[in-house]
Design a protein around this ligand. Structure first.
Ligand code: NAD
Length: 380
């Protein structure tokens, strides 16, 4: 049985993305579903209402027109408590949920018996690659970090031989070579910079070198389960700090992306290290949202300390809204293909490994253990 899929306009002030795009709407309406798009939901990402309407969507001019009878709601950011109150019992909401920072929303979804799937909980197994929204959005974030760094750098990035003299290429240092870091490296290389990179996971070295960058080696390996990083010991941290500080001091642009899931971002650049940098150097701290990799980062603002410009952007993928939305929409389309059975109904049992892992709230219960622990008194 076809059903209604609703896409609200995102309410967060910095959010320009939208959870679906006309190309994906066309696929869903061709399968017989009714897709409703809230008026202007795609405006920030340059997908106007008429493109959605041409793809078969209905444009809803009020929240009640959008949500009444909707079975599935697609989102970028988690809904607010007030938005959850507009959902019918049993509505399925899919999007980034950032549960640890939105416990009030989680509680309300539990109490109203809303079902919520969190995109950030989709396991990183090969079968789930097409649904990996963390990766698609980190790709956009990493690209934008290099573009921002270049735009704030007072120098050219490539080597130039001109009648007015020869320009040496800029040096770009990337700290953290996960999805965002690798994209930042590739973008800086395309702009002609000399690129150095560091990650606590040695396995990242091969990927870094294959992009034409130099990998800074430290004689430790901190890869833990699932391909993520583990926390370093105090001695390891000291050695890492010295090597990183020397590389920071010689860089024109430093892009930091180091993260440990569920934890504060590791501190990699102290205020003292910033004072050793070249005047005009730039730091783009992609970890600003989780505390920052640089001690002097101020989340959400740009500051200048010791002649160094320090950017602490929040939600960088939203600054590339057309393509970030398109990639996210495709991730959601793949997720829906798993959630909707052959009869065109949402599956009743979420036994599939991907659905089970990303199921946050269902039937009046918080299904994600760490979130349940947080709600039950702070155990994380
Ligand atoms: P992330 O955003 O959690 O962290 C970014 C990077 O910071 C990671 O590479 C991490 O090792 C690094 N880091 C942590 N502490 C550091 C420190 N003190 N100094 C320097 N670097 C530090 O990571 P991510 O980009 O989401 O990816 C994590 C891993 O998962 C990567 O190996 C990535 O290739 C892998 N991955 C696998 C799949 C898949 O198999 N489907 C999909 C996406 C990512």
């Amino acid at each position: 049985m076809p059903f209604v899929i609703a896409v609200p306009k995102e309410l967060a002030p910095t959010e320009k993305r939208v959870a679906t795009v006309p190309e994906v709407v066309r696929k869903l309406t061709d399968s017989g579903h009714e897709v409703r798009i809230e008026h202007d939901a795609g405006a920030g990402a340059f997908y106007p209402d008429d493109l959605f309407a041409a793809a078969g969507a209905k444009i809803a001019f009020s929240r009640s027109d959008l949500l009444s009878g909707a079975r599935i709601v697609l989102r970028v950011q988690p809904p607010t408590v007030a938005e959850v109150d507009q959902f019918d019992e049993g509505t399925i909401v899919i999007g980034f949920m950032n549960a640890a920072r939105n416990l009030d929303t989680i509680t309300r979804m539990r109490d109203r018996k809303v079902t919520a799937f969190a995109l950030e909980l989709v396991p990183r197994i090969s079968r789930a690659q097409s649904m990996d929204a963390l990766s698609s959005q980190a790709t956009a974030g990493g690209y934008m970090a290099t573009i921002l760094g270049a735009a704030n750098c007072p120098k050219f990035l490539p080597m130039l031989t001109t009648a007015a003299g020869t320009i040496r290429p800029a040096t770009v240092l990337i700290l953290g070579a996960g999805v965002a870091g690798l994209m930042a490296i590739a973008t800086a290389r395309r702009l002609g910079a000399i690129v150095e990179a560091y990650d606590v996971r040695r396995a990242a070295g091969e990927q870094v070198r294959s992009l034409g960058a130099r990998f800074l080696e430290l004689e430790i390996d901190a890869e833990a389960q699932g391909g993520y990083a583990r926390e370093l010991t105090p001695e390891e941290k000291e050695k890492e700090q010295q090597m990183v500080s020397a590389a920071v001091a010689r860089a024109d642009i430093v892009i930091t992306t180091a993260a440990i899931p569920g934890r504060r971002a590791p501190l990699l650049i102290t205020g003292e290290t910033v004072s050793t940098m070249r005047p005009g150097a730039v730091i783009v701290d992609l970890a600003a949202e989780s505390g920052g990799n640089c001690e002097l980062t101020q989340p959400g603002t740009t500051t200048r300390e010791h002649g160094v410009t320090i950017l602490g952007p929040l939600n960088l993928p939203a600054e590339l809204p057309s393509h970030s939305s398109m990639m996210l929409a495709k991730n959601l389309q793949s997720f829906l293909a798993l959630l909707i059975d052959k009869e065109g109904e949402p599956v009743r049992e979420f036994t599939d490994e991907i659905l089970a892992a990303s199921l946050l709230v269902h039937a009046g219960e918080v299904r994600h253990g760490p979130t349940r622990d947080l709600l039950n008194g702070g155990k994380s």
